[in-house]
Design a protein around this ligand. Structure first.
Ligand code: HEM
Length: 254
């Protein structure tokens, strides 16, 4: 048995020059090693590992990861809220009050969902600022920069803006009015945001159905590309290291 899983253990990886190999060189507790070995054997999670260069071992380089964990919290709490939310305009507000006052743990879960949404936007913007300051948007990471911009837009408009409308209070009503103005401004391509798109479903349930179908789907696809790119390129060198021609970019040796 021991021999069977031998090749799956977290093996120390020789770090590229200038890289403190992060988790690869640190001793891994036996229990964690066993759990990781079990999961890795079945899911091949080891394929996602990459080294953390010494300069990236700071809070600023964890902001993308914090944002990612925040998104997972939003999905989990959002699924819970969807069990009680009713997107019909006549019932929406009442269902929000139901979540708040009657549904089990409703007020807590709703609070976690809303505050996590704000936190995710803040950490995503701070993450973007870190990328700018360390010039990580430069070649060969330009596509990941664009994917990041798309992620931020999707979070802001696909999730936070539409989430405000879901509340169906005065502020939500005004946000919906902005949505209609946008539809007019966009002219021919604004149709999907306008009331005239169809008479069979009203705007609120239409926004809601997109928010729980298309938006998470595109978000998941973009995140897969983003994470694949991070794994592919490794963490970027600092601008000073890049100028000096050093690139301890955390890629694992092939
Ligand atoms: C919105 C959700 C986002 C998530 C979940 C996310 C996640 C991550 C993670 C986990 C990393 C690696 C660790 C780190 O550097 O923090 C990363 C790196 C990166 N992200 Fe994001 N990110 C998001 C948004 C963005 C945005 C808005 C941009 C820029 C427009 C961006 C551009 C990049 C780039 C260029 C890298 C590579 C950085 C490097 O190699 O130093 N990301 N992202």
């Amino acid at each position: 048995m021991a021999n069977h899983t031998e090749h799956l253990r977290i093996t120390p990886v020789t770090a590229p020059q200038g890289v403190t190999a992060g988790q690869a060189d640190e001793p891994v507790p036996a229990a964690r090693r066993r759990i990781w070995g079990w999961l890795d054997e079945r899911l091949g999670l080891g394929a996602l590992r990459y080294n953390i260069p010494a300069h990236a071992n700071t809070f600023w380089y964890t902001l993308g990861g914090i944002t990612f964990i925040g998104i997972l919290v939003l999905v989990a709490t959002g699924i819970w809220l969807a069990q009680y939310y009713n997107p019909a305009p006549a019932a929406a507000r009442q269902s929000v009050l139901y979540i708040q006052n009657v549904a089990p743990l409703g007020d807590i879960i709703r609070g976690i969902h809303v505050w996590t949404a704000y936190l995710v936007v803040i950490t995503a913007v701070l993450h973007l600022i870190r990328i700018v300051v360390t010039a990580s948007y430069k070649i060969p990471r330009e596509i990941n920069w664009l994917v990041g911009i798309a992620l931020l837009f999707l979070l802001l408009f696909g999730a936070v803006f539409s989430g405000t409308v879901m509340r169906w209070d005065q502020e939500a009503y005004e946000a919906m009015a902005h949505n209609m103005e946008l539809a007019t401004l966009l002219g021919a391509i604004g149709g999907v945001f306008s009331d005239a798109f169809t008479t069979s479903v009203q705007m609120l349930p239409r926004l809601y159905s997109r928010r729980v179908s298309i938006v998470p789907l595109i978000l998941a696809l973009l995140l897969i590309v983003h994470i694949f790119q991070i794994k592919h390129h490794g963490v970027s060198p600092t601008p000073t290291q890049a100028d000096a021609g050093e690139a301890p970019n955390g890629r694992l040796p092939k």
